[in-house]
Design a protein around this ligand. Structure first.
Ligand SMILES: [Zn+2]
Length: 295
């Protein structure tokens, strides 16, 4: 499952290889891949043909490429990779991938942007851009305007995040996974950041001090930043790829997936508990469980 660092690697690849290019042809080979473009394949193709892609952007796990249409603020090609989606830049002569769903031919250089998705939970659409609600002069696709910025976004409002999080009557981990509060923090990175901040995920968000929230946010940024650097190292050829793997997983995980193994800080065995149909990993010594609250 691609998380923010993998998606950022794809965004950087799109910016390098696709931004500035003009769409010379569009072929939708599998309608499910554009099911969220409600006007259908012919409309999807018509709205892309002849348009030039602007600078690639990301919010949470969504990616978009603004289009140079005449209207302002215009529209964008918006994509989500889902469970297994890939955006590949390939020469037109490269054989079709087994699960090639959308092919976008780029003018001038004989290359194609290909959306490949084995499980088809991801997809593409052309969406309207609207003014960003939290920053004048900035735009965001309408469909994802409700998603909060991620903590690596230069416009992320740290003071507003701290204040909003401290009003939450939920556990801190659940708050970190709430896309309307902060985006891009998946299950793995939440567990890693909580371990680094020595906070148990079930601690009540509203009970944390401002300095504790700021320290946690710094650890979230550190974890995501390190993962982006690790993920980015594999991206150095004419190939935009995401497959949920990155070098980060081999080297840097302190708790996630390490049930029963010693904590890298204190040696206590890492614990795993069920959490929202997934798992939470933590060190029971470094990350003390909150005391039961008497009602
Ligand atoms: Zn420990």
């Amino acid at each position: 499952l691609p998380e923010l660092p993998e998606v950022e690697t794809v965004r950087a690849g799109l910016e390098r290889w696709v931004s500035g290019r003009v769409v010379a042809g569009v072929e939708v080979r599998h309608p499910r891949a554009i099911r969220r473009h409600l006007a259908g394949a012919a409309d999807f193709e018509a709205r892309l043909l002849g348009r030039r892609f602007g600078v690639a952007r990301r919010r949470g796990k969504y990616l978009w490429l603004p289009l140079d249409d005449a209207d302002s603020p215009g529209s964008a090609l918006l994509g989500h990779l889902g469970m297994s989606g890939q955006l590949l830049v390939q020469p037109a002569s490269a054989p079709d991938e087994a699960h090639l769903h959308v092919r976008i031919a780029l003018a001038d250089n004989g290359q194609e942007l290909r959306f490949v998705d084995q499980r088809t939970f991801g997809g593409l659409l052309v969406d309207e851009l609207i003014p960003a609600p939290d920053r004048s002069g900035d735009t965001v696709p309408e469909l994802i305007a409700h998603i909060a910025r991620d903590p690596l976004d230069p416009a992320f409002d740290e003071a507003a995040f701290v204040a909003r999080l401290r009003r939450r009557r939920s556990g801190i981990k659940r708050a970190l996974l709430d896309q309307s509060l902060i985006s891009g923090v998946g299950n793995i990175y939440a567990d890693e950041a909580l371990w680094r901040a020595k906070l148990h995920g079930e601690r009540l968000a509203a009970a944390l001090t401002r300095p504790a929230v700021r320290a946690l946010l710094a650890e979230v940024r550190a974890v995501l930043g390190a993962a982006i650097i690790a993920g980015g190292t594999s991206f150095d050829s004419l190939y935009v790829n995401v497959n949920g793997e990155s070098g980060y997983f081999d080297r840097t995980l302190n708790v996630y997936g390490r049930e029963g193994e010693p904590c890298n800080r204190c040696g206590t065995a890492i614990r795993r508990v069920a959490f929202m149909n997934r798992s939470s990993y933590f060190c029971p010594h470094c990350q003390r469980r909150p005391r039961a609250i008497r009602m």
